[in-house]
Ligand binder design. Structure first.
Ligand code: GDP
Ligand code: IMO
Ligand code: MG
Length: 429
């Protein structure tokens, strides 16, 4: 039995989907356990591109079970869209997907609240994906107006949904008198959501029991993190975070599989840093360098298409999140994007109000005050997309990677030199 988790160590979009897809072939079950349709995971196989939001990135391997576990918040419309697309592509989704009856559902009122709260926050706006993630998790933790997938199959589902819709429409109407929220209480909307639940019913089960049976039976599990550790609600750059535990600490709470079963944690890093949405970003390059990274890496959001903010590799942040997530080895992705730079910088320490530190600050104001201390490394001009062994890489690229490994204090098990499955250097998976 082994259980491996794949965790993003930056602010998301580290190419976790690619790594999960590669690791899936060695596992029996792949599990998404937190986040929702705010995630956009891309897999490129044989030149074809697939984008997933809620369905685990293991779905493309026929003999592997995919599980959406209890900690995920599900937008049923979005999930059904994804399921239908995959079905049309000939993917064995009907036999290979399970969804937790404990997962919480996202309704239109969650998206309305997301929009409203982002607008009210003005300058402090988080810049969410507007997928209703925060409001749905708020209801979950608030406990009173929350709906879990399993609730939709109870005899009182329609009446309960009607009351919850009314309470939300009243709340929104009071908060925002400019707009009518009557539509939220319409019978046709209720019927649509009950129908969505019926369509999902064949996939729904108690995934906690299923996963506990699986680990006890010696199956190999792969946990697919969404977002990145710096977006973790408790340990990230609060309040500019998402609403779940997106660092390694979230695996157990979201899946129901105790931490003692997790044997390996792979930390995913881009060879540089990106962020979408608001919040401080110490190594951001809001200049030609950032634009060059964005152009070469096609750094536009998978979900919202927003340009991603780009900057140098931040080893202070990566060291923090590797420790926080209990990372055993690193996967360094998108190395090819850094070809043709004359020089590359790695942030090795922060200076905060005149004090130098190698520790990641806990308060957003301190993060805002950071002056990054950089080390400069010579770049390389060669195209690295054809490299399949570490030794194929230019010497300067090898040195750059070795330095990242040294500062983050973890070995590098995989290097990615292009989006395709094949464009991978397997050092020690
Ligand atoms: P995720 O959310 O962590 O799964 O990452 P995304 O899919 O949102 O973003 C990563 C992007 O980088 C996707 O478009 C991938 O196809 C692409 N990608 C993955 N690995 C590489 C790589 O090594 N080089 C390049 N150029 N692109 C890559
Ligand atoms: P994957 O899994 C990058 C960001 C949003 C915003 C903040 C809060 O593809 O790596 P939310 O909608 O979650 O309330 O938004 O988090 N964010 C992501 N950024 N990748 C993601 O997922 C993200 N999911 C959320 O841009 O700043
Ligand atoms: Mg993404």
């Amino acid at each position: 039995m082994s259980a491996t988790s794949v965790i993003g160590l930056q602010w998301g979009d580290e190419a976790k989907g690619k790594v999960v897809d590669i690791f899936t072939s060695k596992n029996d079950i792949v599990v998404r356990y937190q986040g929702g349709a705010n995630a956009g995971h891309t897999i490129v196989a044989d030149g074809k591109k697939y984008k997933l939001s809620l369905v685990p990135s293991g779905i493309f391997r026929h003999n592997v079970q995919s599980v959406i576990a209890s900690g995920v918040v599900i937008d049923p419309e979005s999930l059904l869209g994804e399921i239908n697309t995959l079905r049309n592509q000939g993917v064995a989704i009907d036999t290979n997907l399970l969804i937790s009856d404990r997962s919480h559902l996202i309704f239109p009122w969650h998206k309305e609240k997301d929009r409203l709260l982002n607008a009210l926050a003005g300058q402090e706006s988080i810049g969410t994906t507007m997928r209703g993630i925060g409001p749905c998790y708020s209801d979950k933790y608030g406990r009173s107006l929350a709906v879990r997938l399993g609730d939709m199959f109870r005899p009182n589902a329609k009446e309960r949904l009607r009351e919850i819709a009314k309470a939300n429409a009243d709340y929104l109407a009071k908060a925002d008198s400019d707009k009518s929220y009557e539509e939220l209480t319409s019978e046709s909307l209720l019927a649509t959501y009950l129908d969505y639940a019926e369509q999902l019913k064949p996939f729904v089960t108690d995934t906690t029991a299923y996963l506990l049976d699986a680990v006890e039976a010696g199956k190999n599990l792969l946990f697919e993190g969404a977002q990145g550790a710096l977006l973790d609600i408790d340990h990230g750059t609060f309040p500019y975070v998402t609403s779940s535990n997106s660092s390694g600490v979230g695996v157990s709470s979201g899946s129901g599989v105790p931490a003692c079963y997790i044997t390996k944690v792979v930390g995913i890093l881009k060879a540089y840093t990106t962020r979408v949405g608001g919040g401080p970003f110490p190594t951001e390059q809001d200049n030609e360098t950032g634009q060059k990274i964005r152009d070469r890496g096609n750094e536009y959001g998978t979900v919202t298409k927003r340009p991603r903010r780009c900057g140098w590799f931040d080893a202070v942040a990566a060291r923090y999140t590797a420790r926080l997530s209990g990372v055993s080895s690193l996967a360094v992705m998108l190395l090819d994007v850094l070809s043709t730079f004359d020089e590359l910088k790695i942030c090795t320490a922060y200076e905060i109000n005149g004090q130098r530190t190698a520790n990641f600050p806990s308060h957003v104001d301190d993060l805002r005050a950071v002056k990054p201390i950089y080390e400069t490394h010579p770049g390389w001009q060669d195209d690295v997309t054809g490299a399949r062994n570490f030794g194929d890489l230019p010497r300067n690229a090898q040195n750059y990677l070795n330095r990242i490994s040294e500062i983050v204090s973890r070995s590098i098990g995989l290097v990615s030199v292009g989006p395709d499955r094949e464009q991978t250097i397997n050092i020690n998976l």
